[in-house]
Design a protein around this ligand. Structure first.
Ligand SMILES: *[C@@H]1O[C@H](CO)[C@@H](O)[C@H](O)[C@H]1NC(C)=O
Length: 465
């Protein structure tokens, strides 16, 4: 049975061809008969591989001679052979809509290199068209025209176009947000670019953290080099705060709460990231909680919020999510820093997950971490810098003491720095732990938009990444 199965069409023909000369030595004939068959097959494979390899090489040869005969501005022409490709990301924020047009080229290793970013912003944000979605069309089309200008026409159809909405749309009633997104999806479909099923949607905090992590680690080179360790990412926004890192310890993967570990593929690698977004623990929401206010709930006439992070001489206002709260300080028997710290700890204590691995990892910190470090003169406003958790703590003590002595221009800095200190400590950062504060890495803005572009490009156009 086995022997018969081995004899194919080819084997039978070979045997017939040689049957005249070697009629008597049947077993040998069978052996000889199989050999030419295998050789023929190998020859076919070799010819096929040679053909495949030779063909693109010939095309490349044509490309370079093409290039030599033209000026360097014509480099975009190479793109038709996938040497250069693009991604378009719309960031629909609460105050405006921004377009990022990224131009990438492939390095010899196959990983992309970011060559150029074109960036444009339009105000107001998408959410301001909630009652009349049609009115958002001119703005979206204006931004799409920028993408058309940037990207060679022959690449339009293969360039992914994505819009991700953040805080502004998250806060709208679901139906209104959906109508706006449907409107944008129609406009995108009418454009010449590549649209996928996830092309237009609201992004949650976990996704935002993961995309920002991808940006940071792409820019530091850890995604494309196997020697470089991945960096963790801390973000402190107004409404939520995110922590995202690559767990090197198995224990982190197995012991983290459900939903904290997200797995995805990028540049032919699989990543399992620890990522969580704490809604209501962004700096502005935290201020409100520390002062005893409730999100979305205005005070009654004549009511005030009283806080142990200000002295009684302080009377001020705090505007958050369209509501203005009247604020005043409180008389304390202990230094302001101490009473404030206690209150912040009462709000935060046990609310954030502490990972054992954090002391061993390197972290970047963004947004309000950066801004408050600038306000406290801990880092350069343009260049950023490095500082330790205890630097935030010492700055908090100093700022609290300053407003204790005389009401100053930054009444909330004592509270904010104390909050940042406690948030880091509660998340498991030792006081001696160093953080890197940056707005840019290698001169590229560290926004989630770049990471999201890689993520969606790899989903929508697998051949690219
Ligand atoms: C965030 O959204 C993604 C889809 O984009 C989903 O897979 C994930 O479960 C969401 N995470 C949370 C915490 O809601």
């Amino acid at each position: 049975m086995a022997g018969r199965r081995e004899e194919g069409e080819c084997g039978r023909r070979n045997r017939a061809a040689q049957s005249n000369s070697n009629r008597e030595k049947k077993p040998l004939i069978m052996k000889i008969g199989r050999l030419p068959c295998v050789l023929l097959f190998v020859l076919c494979v070799v010819l096929f591989i040679t053909y495949i390899k030779w063909k693109p090489r010939k095309e490349q040869a044509l490309d370079s001679s093409d290039l030599q005969s033209k000026d360097t501005n014509d480099i975009g022409r190479l793109s038709s052979k996938n040497e250069i490709f693009y991604g378009i990301m719309f960031d629909a924020g609460s105050t405006g809509t921004r377009i990022h047009v990224y131009q990438f080229s492939r390095t010899p290793s196959g990983a992309p290199n970011l060559d150029h970013e074109e960036f444009r912003a339009l105000k107001p944000g998408l959410s301001s068209y909630a009652d009349n979605p049609l009115k958002c069309a001119p703005g979206i089309n204006e931004l799409l025209d920028i993408a058309k200008k940037e990207i060679p026409q022959n690449l339009w159809a293969s360039t992914p176009l994505v819009l991700k909405a953040t805080a502004g749309l998250r806060l709208l009633p679901g139906e209104k947000a959906q109508k706006l997104l449907d409107m944008v999806r129609e406009l995108f479909k009418a454009s010449p670019f590549l649209i996928g099923k996830d092309s237009v949607s609201i992004m949650n905090g976990t996704d935002e953290g993961i995309f920002a992590w991808i940006t940071v680690n792409f820019l530091t080179g850890s995604l494309t080099s196997h020697e470089k360790k991945h960096s963790g990412m801390l973000d402190l926004g107004g409404g939520s705060t995110q922590i995202t890192f690559y767990p090197y310890s198995k224990n982190t993967l197995t012991s983290s709460p459900p939903g904290y570990i997200t797995e995805f593929e990028l540049f032919h690698n699989t990543y399992s990231l620890y990522s969580h977004s704490y809604l209501g623990y962004g700096l502005m929401s935290a201020r409100l909680a520390i002062m005893g206010g409730e999100e979305g709930k205005a005070l009654k006439e004549g009511e005030e919020l009283v806080t142990s992070c200000l002295t009684p001489e302080h009377k001020t206002e705090f505007k958050h999510a369209e509501i203005t709260y009247k604020i005043k300080g409180q008389k304390n028997d202990e230094p302001l820093y101490v009473s404030c710290y206690k209150r912040v700890l009462a709000v935060l204590g046990g609310k954030v997950e502490r990972s054992k691995e954090i002391p061993n990892l390197f972290f970047y910190a963004f947004s309000y971490y950066y801004d408050r470090a600038v306000d406290a003169h801990l880092i350069d406003p343009e260049l950023g810098g490095s500082l330790k958790v205890k630097d935030f703590d010492m700055a908090a003590k100093k700022e609290c003491k300053l407003i204790e002595e005389a009401p100053g221009e930054k009444p909330f800095l004592c509270m904010d720095l104390t909050y940042i200190t406690v948030l880091l400590q509660e998340s498991g950062f030792p006081v001696e732990k160093e953080l890197k504060l940056a707005k840019k890495i290698n001169d590229v803005e560290t926004s989630w938009a770049l990471g999201a572009t890689f993520y969606y490009t790899s989903i929508m156009n697998k051949q690219h990444l």
